[in-house]
Each structure stands twice: as structure tokens, then as C-alpha cells.
Design a binder for this molecule. Structure first.
Ligand code: ZN
Length: 163
């Protein structure tokens, strides 16, 4: 290619809009890819969207239904079954932690550090309690050959004066 500086001219045809999507992916996107690759998961479009929603804005507690609702706003089609499978997969890999509030409701917690929860029954909301703020009494004897893996404490709160 012959390039002569004197022949170079700029006009509107030379100015093309910068394709931001190609040059600079969303800042958090590489993190989602890294996170998935770190645990050996292929970064599919669905997993990327779910990873971004889960880990893109600080620690959170979500149910599969909540995440499904959020994902439905994205351009990638994701079924509720995929959301369930992905969350369970993430939990098995230690990326999120399951918190069961009652038999039918499981939250997935992106904060995997040692902590407990307050559950606001009327708002269906979990709030973290640092483990250091909770003093647990003595535990019953543990059967031989076992050790405590983790203690999950959920303090359920409801508004006073309601049946
Ligand atoms: Zn939590």
C-alpha cells in the first residue's frame, strides 16, 4: 500500500463511528469470562449474562425466579431451567452459596464468606450478618468421623402486631 502523507485527507467519509461493542466490551464482561474460565466452565452467552447479573453489582441474594426475571430483559434467551441448572452448578463449584429459608425457597448468595442471615419475612429479603457478630452456644456432640462443615443461621424477622 502506498501511503503518501500529502495525499491524505479527512472528510466525513473517513470518520466512522467507533464500534464500541467491538473495541471495548462492557467493563465487567471480561471478569465474567475470567470467572467462568477459572472454574472450568465454557463461557456461553447464557452463562455470561447470568454471571454478569449475579456478580456485576456487589453481593446479592437471589432466587432462580428472580434471576430468570432479570435475565428476561437481556437479548439472550434463557429458560428458567437453564437459570436453575446454572445456579446449582455455580453452587457446586463454590461460586455461590445456597441459603434455604424454608422448604420451598432457596436463595443463592454471591457472598461465600462465613456469615449468617436475617430474613425479613414480609419482604422476602435476606440480609447478611457477619459471623463475628453472632455467638453460638455449645453444639451437641458430633458423631465420630464427622466435622462441622458450616453452620447456617437464619434469624427470621416479622413485623410486630401481625398474626
Ligand atoms: Zn448472605
Amino acid at each position: 500500500m502506498n501511503f503518501r502523507p500529502d495525499s491524505r485527507r479527512f472528510d466525513s467519509a473517513d470518520i466512522r463511528p467507533i464500534e464500541i461493542n467491538q473495541l471495548a466490551p462492557e467493563p465487567a464482561r471480561p471478569c465474567a469470562v475470567d470467572l467462568l474460565q477459572t472454574v472450568g466452565l465454557r463461557p456461553t452467552a447464557q452463562r455470561l449474562v447470568l454471571t454478569q447479573l449475579l456478580f456485576g453489582s456487589g453481593d446479592r441474594h437471589v432466587t432462580a425466579e428472580m434471576l430468570y426475571e432479570e435475565a428476561s430483559g437481556s437479548s439472550v434467551q434463557i429458560s428458567l431451567a437453564t437459570v436453575y441448572n446454572t445456579l446449582n452448578h455455580f453452587a457446586e463449584l463454590g461460586l455461590v452459596r445456597r441459603v434455604s429459608v424454608d422448604g420451598s425457597k432457596t436463595y443463592f448468595d454471591t457472598n461465600i464468606s462465613d456469615h449468617h442471615h436475617v430474613y425479613l419475612e414480609n419482604r422476602h429479603e435476606l440480609i447478611d450478618i457477619p459471623a463475628s457478630l453472632v455467638q453460638l452456644g455449645a453444639l451437641p456432640d458430633i458423631p465420630e468421623g464427622y466435622e462441622v462443615s458450616r453452620i447456617d443461621l437464619v434469624v427470621r424477622l416479622r413485623r410486630k402486631g401481625r398474626g
